[in-house]
Every structure is written in structure tokens, then in C-alpha cells.
Design a protein around this ligand. Structure first.
Ligand SMILES: *Cc1c(COP(=O)(O)O)cnc(C)c1O
Length: 351
């Protein structure tokens, strides 16, 4: 046995378009008007890689980065430059305090318990107000009862529950947030995620917090013209076979050939986040040619019909159709689930 270490090339890759990422941030920053756009990079930048996203956006002028927890803050801490800062959206638990009180990152304080815990540190913080989503955030009625003068508050924020829809909740939350700002003020205020940016100037305040649309999400029609696809899952053909009319494919025989045709078996499956909803509905691309998924998605394998690209052979690469609104429609998954679920087997490469 030799001790050589082998580089084993992966069978699934994520091609990540750095220019599209930058372009999306610039678009969202422009759409934010006088407010400056930050970047939500929680969950490893929605699966793309937080360090790479921070580095690309910071050089273009992005300064405010939002993570979910202190592990995520710690991972990107040493990449921040100048006046860039990190906000930790899930706040500071008691067990976070030893690290948090020495970190350059700020907690977003979500409850009065967290406010009391933080106030002795005299370090900067953000405040989250509950304007009607009833997830995290301090109640407006509690704001009036407290003396905020002892806290070093940067951003006072709230979060929109339904910015991707046109119902009454957006205006209700806006009014609630504006009302709350008479009781607590920081250096800046912030209300909008990606979809909220498209709701117009009243929703922009001083800074905006886009996440999904940086990575290609288009949750509102206003975003569909200008936001570009960033994430392109790719995989390799392991085997090509010829079906005869009547042949069945995959678990539970969910596809039966109506004519003789060639198929390819791909080295990707639901363990790579390409979930069951794509069975008989998803599409792969070879160049511009669309190749439909046939049968059920397996854990590590997918079958596609290659009638329209019969030249494809073992070891060729194809990519999943992954424009997020289209893939969401095919699979029944949300645009958020489609990118955060892509998993660990991909080798990620930026172009
Ligand atoms: C995740 C998150 C965002 C970003 O939301 P997108 O819909 O991905 O743009 C902004 N603010 C808060 C508080 C969040 O949790």
C-alpha cells in the first residue's frame, strides 16, 4: 500500500457566478435609494460560502453583514475590513456571552432579557422590534417602559413577514415600526429584506438587509428583470442506456417509456438537495438543450431523457435548470430551500 494521497474529483459541482452576485448586490443597493444595502449571509451565505461572498461584496462597498449565530460570526470575523460590521440575528444567549462580549460582532437583541444581559457590556448592539411577525423581537409596549440611554445602539430593525405578497400586512408592519421608533432610536433603522426593497422608498429607512435576491431569488415581479442567477448545480453522466418502449425507470417505476429512446444516469440525487419534487418534473441542460428528469429522484442518482442530445456520453457534464422561480415551480420547494439545501458533496467553484 502506498501512502500517496489522491485528489478525488467530485461528481457534483456548484458553479457560482461572482459577477452576478456583485451585480445583484449593486441592483439591490440602487433599488434601496438613499439607504445602503447590506447582505444577509446566514447559513453560510445561503449555502454559497460566507467567506467568498463577504470578500466579493466588501470590495464593492457592502458594509453590513447579517449572520444567524455566533459560530457564523466567528467564521467571517477575520475577513472584515475597515468599518464593516456583523450583526448576529439570533441575539445573545447566556452561553454566547463569553465570546460575544469580546467579539467585534453585534448581537441583535430580541428580548428584554437579552437587553438586560447586554447593557452592562456597553458594547454596540442592534435591536429587533416585533412589528407583527411574532417571531423574534421586543414588543412595542415594552419599548416605552425602558430607558434606552444606557445602550450603544447601532441599528433598530424589524422584519417583514409577507414582503413577497401585496396584502395588507406590509403597511401594517410599516406603521407599527414607525410608531415604535418614537420610543427607541439608534444610529440607523432598517426594515426590509430582499422583497421589502421592492416595496418602495417608505420601506427603506437607512439600511436594507437583502439575502435571497443576492443569490438569484426573485420573490417579486419587480426583481425578475434585474436579478441574475448565481448558483448553477452541475453533475456528471455515469452511464447512458437505451430504453425500449415499455421499459420502466427507477424506484416504484414512476416512468415508463412510450417509445425507444436514450437516457443518461446522473451522479446526483436527493442527498444533494435535488429533492423528490423534481421527479418527472425537473430539467437538466446540456448547453441550451433541455433534458427532462424521468422517474423518481434517488439518493445519489437521477435519470434524464437525452433524446434531444443523443451525443451525450459517460463522463459528460450537464447542469440542473436552477433559475430559482422556475425550479421552485417544478419542485414545490421554496426559492430559499432550493439554495440552502444543496449540501456538502458539491465542490464549489467561482467563475
Ligand atoms: C434572513 C433575513 C433577512 C434576509 O431575508 P431575504 O428574504 O433572504 O432577503 C433579513 N432580515 C432578517 C431579520 C432575516 O432573518
Amino acid at each position: 500500500m502506498s501512502n500517496e494521497t489522491f485528489e478525488i474529483p467530485s461528481t457534483v459541482k456548484l458553479r457560482l457566478d461572482g459577477d452576478a452576485l456583485v451585480s445583484n448586490w449593486q441592483t439591490l443597493d440602487r433599488m434601496s435609494g438613499a439607504a445602503s444595502a447590506g447582505a444577509a449571509i446566514k447559513a453560510n451565505a445561503y449555502g454559497l460560502g460566507a467567506v467568498e461572498v463577504v470578500q466579493r461584496l466588501q470590495t464593492k462597498g457592502c458594509r453590513d453583514f447579517y449572520v444567524a449565530n455566533w459560530q457564523e460570526a466567528k467564521e467571517i470575523d477575520s475577513y472584515l475590513e475597515g468599518d464593516s460590521c456583523i450583526s448576529v440575528l439570533n441575539g445573545a444567549r447566556a452561553e454566547d456571552m463569553p465570546f460575544a462580549a469580546t467579539s467585534a460582532a453585534k448581537p441583535v437583541l430580541n428580548s428584554m432579557e437579552q437587553v438586560l444581559r447586554w447593557q452592562d457590556t456597553s458594547r454596540p448592539c442592534d435591536i429587533m422590534i416585533n412589528s407583527g411577525m411574532n417571531r423574534l423581537g421586543i414588543e412595542v409596549t415594552d419599548l416605552a417602559k425602558f430607558d434606552w440611554g444606557n445602550l450603544n445602539i447601532d441599528i433598530v430593525m424589524s422584519h417583514l413577514a409577507s414582503a413577497d405578497e401585496d396584502g395588507p400586512q406590509n403597511a401594517e408592519q410599516l406603521a407599527e415600526f414607525v410608531g415604535a421608533l418614537q420610543y427607541v432610536s439608534g444610529k440607523r433603522s432598517s426594515l426590509s429584506n430582499s422583497a421589502g426593497i421592492a416595496l418602495g422608498q417608505a420601506y427603506h429607512f437607512d439600511c436594507t438587509r437583502p439575502g435571497l435576491s443576492l443569490y438569484g431569488g426573485k420573490q417579486r415581479p419587480e426583481l425578475s428583470g434585474s436579478i441574475k442567477q448565481v448558483v448553477f448545480p452541475e453533475t456528471q453522466i455515469l452511464q447512458v442506456r437505451q430504453l425500449k418502449a415499455g421499459d420502466k425507470v427507477g424506484y416504484n417505476a414512476k416512468y415508463a417509456a412510450e417509445r425507444d429512446h436514450p437516457i443518461a444516469i446522473l451522479a446526483m440525487g436527493y442527498a444533494d438537495g435535488y429533492l423528490r419534487g423534481f421527479s418527472n418534473r425537473g430539467v437538466f441542460l446540456s448547453g441550451q438543450t433541455k433534458l427532462p428528469v424521468i422517474g423518481r429522484i434517488s439518493m445519489d442518482l437521477i435519470a434524464i431523457d437525452i433524446s434531444d442530445a443523443p451525443e451525450l456520453a459517460e463522463s459528460d457534464w450537464v447542469s440542473a435548470e436552477y433559475d430559482l422561480p422556475i425550479a421552485s415551480n417544478q419542485s414545490g420547494l421554496s426559492q430559499y430551500e432550493l439554495i440552502t439545501g444543496l449540501g456538502h458533496r458539491y465542490s464549489r467553484y467561482w467563475v
